[in-house]
Design a protein around this ligand. Structure first.
Ligand code: HPA
Ligand code: ZN
Length: 324
């Protein structure tokens, strides 16, 4: 990445902290916690990073979480991300975590929350990155489970700024989670949702109209619906696009076929993100680099993408004006 691109202040708004677990850290944490992995060497583990679709990635992503046991593990993972994000010129990060994925494998909510929160608390001082934490709920689990976990997070005073919706999209439409989003809104939380990654454009409509989502994670299949594109452009709904993720999970055939150029041309509020950078070939800088290499984006386009990320964040107005 050129130094101009690094110094351009950027916000990362679509990032799963569990997706930043690098293979080396997975092996280190497995050894620390006495866990035997199905793929015990770096070479064997790395061979698994070839994905046919979202589900094949999710299978490995959830399996690798087994190494996260103590609050220290979560803190180490989070610090490792912040350090790498700093190298990409990230100045503000809104980080998702999957509370249910940890609960379902017997790790207490407080362990995950305490560890992540500890690393985030020193992020501005240590890395110059302001942060927010978003609890993402698993759309392939029942809504009742999400509601229960949200109540627990609220009761324990978890420092979350919002909720999201992730995991297997097709067959798990936003309409499943109307009560969850209503409850989160009543609690004063911000609302985001994955939609239109593998699922149809109708899921983007529903995330907006049924859930009140303020930001759409991915949203690339919106381009299949001209009426939706008009609305997204008119309302400047932020779309957190993840180019390398889309290539690696085969949501697009090639980077050249990615709709990001078309999305920008139609006036959509697009920003660039890394999603699960340890799995998809790189952090925010690598995503920008790939776009520059493929589409030859000029300085104005890069500034638009970076500016969109900051404007679309939930940072305070003071922090936004500092970064813009
Ligand atoms: N899509 C949906 N769910 C996810 C992802 C993703 O890219 N990463 C982690 N959970
Ligand atoms: Zn995602």
């Amino acid at each position: 990445m050129t130094s101009a691109l690094i110094t351009l202040p950027k916000a990362e708004l679509h990032l799963h902290i569990e997706g930043t677990l690098e293979p080396e850290l997975i092996l280190e944490l497995a050894a620390r916690n006495g866990i035997t992995l199905p793929f015990p060497t770096l070479g064997e583990l790395r061979e698994q990073y070839e994905f046919a679709d979202l589900q094949s990635f999710l299978n490995l992503y959830y399996a690798n979480m087994a190494v996260l046991v103590t609050a220290e593990d979560f803190a180490d993972m989070t610090r490792a991300y912040l350090s790498r994000a700093k190298d990409s010129g990230v100045r503000h990060a809104e980080i998702m975590f999957d509370p249910q994925a940890h609960l379902f494998r017997g790790v207490e909510l407080a362990t995950a929350v305490t560890g992540i929160a500890e690393a985030l608390a020193s992020s501005e001082a240590e890395f110059g990155i302001s942060t927010g934490l978003i609890a993402a709920f698993l759309r392939d689990a029942p809504e009742a489970s999400a509601l229960e976990v949200l109540e627990e997070l609220l009761a324990m005073g978890a420092p979350i700024i919002g909720i999201g919706l992730d995991s297997a999209e097709v067959g798990n439409p936003p309409s499943k989670f109307v009560r969850l989003y209503k409850r989160a809104r009543a609690a004063g939380l911000r609302l985001v949702a994955h939609a239109g990654e593998e699922g149809p454009a109708s899921y983007v409509w529903d995330a907006l109209d049924l859930l009140g989502a303020q930001r759409i994670d991915h949203g690339i299949r919106s381009v299949e619906d001209a009426v939706l594109v008009k609305r997204l452009a008119k309302e400047q709904i932020p779309l957190t696009v993840c180019p390398l993720s889309n290539v690696r999970l085969r949501a697009v055939d090639t980077l050249a076929a990615h709709p990001v150029v078309h999305m920008l041309a139609t006036g959509l509020n697009v920003c660039i993100n890394s999603d699960d950078p340890a799995y998809f070939g790189g952090y925010l800088g690598s995503n920008f680099q790939a776009l520059v290499a493929e589409f030859d984006f000029d300085a104005d386009t890069l500034a638009t993408l970076a500016g969109n990320s900051i404007r679309s964040s939930f940072a305070t107005p003071a922090r936004k004006s500092e970064l813009l």
